[in-house]
Design a protein around this ligand. Sequence first.
Ligand code: CA
Ligand code: CA
Ligand code: CA
Ligand code: CA
Length: 543
Amino acid sequence: MKFIIPIIALNLILAASSYSQVDTLEAIEISTIQVSDPVTQLYVQDLDGDSLKELILCTRSHVFVYHPGDSQPLWVSPELVRPGDLQFIDINGDSLVDIGIRDSANISLYNPHDSTLIYSMAVPNLFKCYTIGDANDDADIDIVIARQEPYESGRREDSVWVKIYNGPNFDDTSTFVVTMANWAGETWVLEEWPDKIMIVTIGDSSNFEQRIILISRISDRAWGVGGGFDKTYGRFWIINPVSFQIIGNYLLGKGDYYGMIESPAGRQIYSLTSYFESNFNYPARWYIQKHLMCRFGPGGMLDSTRISFDHYRCPENNSIIPSWTSTIGDLFNSSGPEICFFYMGSLNEYSIQNRTFLWEIPEPVDSMAVVGSYSSSLFPSAEILIREISPTPQYLFLNGITHQVNAAMPIVITAFTNIVDLNNDGNDEILSISSNTLHIYNLEWATAIAEKTILPNEYLAVSNYPNPFNGQTIIKYNLPKQSDIALEIYDILGRRVEAMEIPNQSAGLGQITWDASWEPSGVYFYRLQVGSEQKTGRMVLLK
Ligand SMILES: [Ca+2]
Ligand SMILES: [Ca+2]
Ligand SMILES: [Ca+2]
Ligand SMILES: [Ca+2]
């Protein structure tokens, strides 16, 4: 059920968004990776199953794989031409994830763990997109490509070829054609061709089936008496990869978002898509933008819901387009994903699984954009991270359930490339790319950072900073009286990795630097024993 928070809530949010009333977060840079050329794409994926996610960086000539914390790459690809569209899957069945890379000439499957090239094939003419996975469910990984039929001027129908190259030898065994019929009376100008193809397993325990999902984008420009209009649409195809039957062919939006819904009832794929139309006939150009949330099972579309609709006429000015910025994440810490979006003056939270609006509030600040969702032990539940542009340029953290502003952060990080928990400790890291450098940050309360240098003197207090840390961390303590102290450090499996004793330590502040540069990344615990009292703490080494 959709509801509107009364205006009084807006006033509370406005009051809470000022610096003086909310705590401030600080970004602590814990690691950087620098490569030779500007980074064009970043992927984050655990390739070796140790729950630390590897960082995979593409430049215009190479792919670099870094284990988090390592200064040297785990693997660097041979020289390629504009590598991209990476796919991650275990191709050779050794439980280590391999990488499919498309560049201007080939699709190549590499094992980055031993630097071998598993397979390479030249890309055919008019090749557009590919995916790898077991399309026909015979336990061998296949390559599936889509390419367009050569364009012929004046033709009223356009087609996409889908080909399956069967593993393990990648024989070209199956081709089928997806035809895009024209709409009556319109001249299609296909400016963009299929740009997403994926293999999904959807359904429930009684009926899990493999499907190929193909999302094609279409830009259409039609001219008539007095002018014409632009449209951007997409088609969402569901194909049975064994029988090659086209199960569904839906005229939808561009496929802005799609993903899996995992629930006790089974697996569905969702797509959040937008249509866009504009008419340039008249001095006052108008726009229509529609957003649809659709869910699909193995038999086709299960349902679709329009989640917003706007018809906007611009006075003499072609530049204003309704803005839409959003993020998808499990903001309610529930089993299903939510989407939080800012649209036409209000911030909305919508449950994809339940197809309901959870809340809507008027724009809580003058001008803002949704950056992402952020989870950390700093907050009781996932936060929505928004960037306020005016009146105060800053980041704001809103509770996904209560939509209360919980924290502010100055704009030190200018680009959020990714928000992801790299070391699986429940705290998201923030990844930011500027040119050829990847910066990795953790967030911490600014007040907590300040307090660590002015500890109260009446009781034993211990903390370490920075945490997470790369290489060294400082364990700070404050002794109420002169004492013998003993420090022990354990890894996550309870193995003692460090022990030291300091007799007759005087009262007041003291610190011990732990140099963990020879230890693997992961979670560690310290235990500081002072007489009969002991304090423990959790530390994360993220190299
Ligand atoms: Ca890993
Ligand atoms: Ca493998
Ligand atoms: Ca197969
Ligand atoms: Ca983390």
